[in-house]
Design a binder for this molecule. Structure first.
Ligand code: NAP
Length: 245
């Protein structure tokens, strides 16, 4: 039985991960801001076999509470083996372009709050010389595009931060797993028309669990995004700025 902290516990992708862990009999600690929703998820996970499910409610932009939430999870489960960071918002690019405040708020949610958590978790795991940290970044972080560069640059920061953290923590037996999903059909993307490139959150969750089990480094989900993003990154900047991608 493993002790797993899920930050952003009401995310559709995180919920599907939690279902797999619950079926394995793991112990779960869910952090989310929507109390009613997280209670419903917790009750469901208990039925699915989780050894224990505890919840903690906070807005993750309240970074002063990050230390407290980690302490609470540590005490409730008598230790933490795995942390999954899954919260995020899909920024409204057009309105961000007109508002410094909104742009910075999006970067706060999608990058800075995650980096605050990663810094605290990394030091704890480094001290005990074990643990796995998994963060959901995005293919959007691989190259800034006109249509979503506020969200994309936030995810780029998370990807680069976890790359450095992985190198730092390798010698301390701590794994850092970066997940880069493409298009996933979740509440975050309800507005979008779905097509061939879209996948369901349960499929992404299976890949995340596999990546954590195998202590992978960076994982594109589905795998074909690795090739797609390699091509997109290879386009010279002079040509890229003229394209509508
Ligand atoms: N869906 C995609 O196509 C896609 C693609 C690539 C990467 N991702 C990433 O995958 C992760 C999970 O997203 P998802 O697709 O599962 O979407 P989702 O179901 O909309 O989940 C996003 C979660 O983040 C939570 N959240 C946002 N801001 C928060 C805050 N300030 N404090 C606490 N919780 C906050 C939301 O809570 P509330 O319910 O309370 O708002 C929600 O539970 C995100 O990091 C996202 O960027 C998604």
């Amino acid at each position: 039985m493993r002790k797993i902290l899920i930050i952003g516990g009401t995310s559709a992708i995180a919920e599907h991960c939690a279902r797999i862990w619950a079926a394995r009999g793991d112990e779960l600690y869910l952090v989310a801001r929507n109390e009613e929703r997280v209670q419903t998820i917790a009750a469901d996970l208990k039925i699915r076999g989780a050894a224990q499910v505890t919840t903690y409610c906070t807005n993750l932009n309240d970074m002063d509470r990050h230390g407290e939430l980690l302490d609470a999870a540590d005490i409730a489960m008598s230790g933490i083996d795995i942390v999954l960071i899954a919260h995020g918002t899909l920024s409204n690019q057009k309105s961000c372009e007109q508002s410094v405040e909104e742009t910075l708020a999006e970067i706060q949610t999608n990058a800075l709050s995650t980096i605050s958590l990663l810094t605290l978790i990394a030091n704890r795991f480094e001290a005990k010389k074990e643990g796995t940290i998994c963060v959901i970044s995005s293919v959007a972080g691989d190259r800034g595009r006109a249509s979503n560069y506020v969200y994309g640059s936030s995810k780029a920061m998370v990807t680069a931060f976890t790359s450095g953290l992985r190198q730092r923590l390798h010698k301390s037996n701590v794994a850092v797993v970066t997940i880069k999903p493409g298009f996933v059909d979740t509440p975050m993307t309800t507005e979008f028309k779905k097509g061939l490139l879209w996948v369901k959150p349960n499929a992404v969750a299976m890949k995340i669990i596999h990546a954590i089990d195998k202590q992978k480094n960076e994982v594109y989900v589905p795998t074909f995004w690795c090739a797609v993003m390699m091509l997109i990154r290879a386009i010279p900047a002079g040509l890229f700025k003229r394209l509508k991608l």
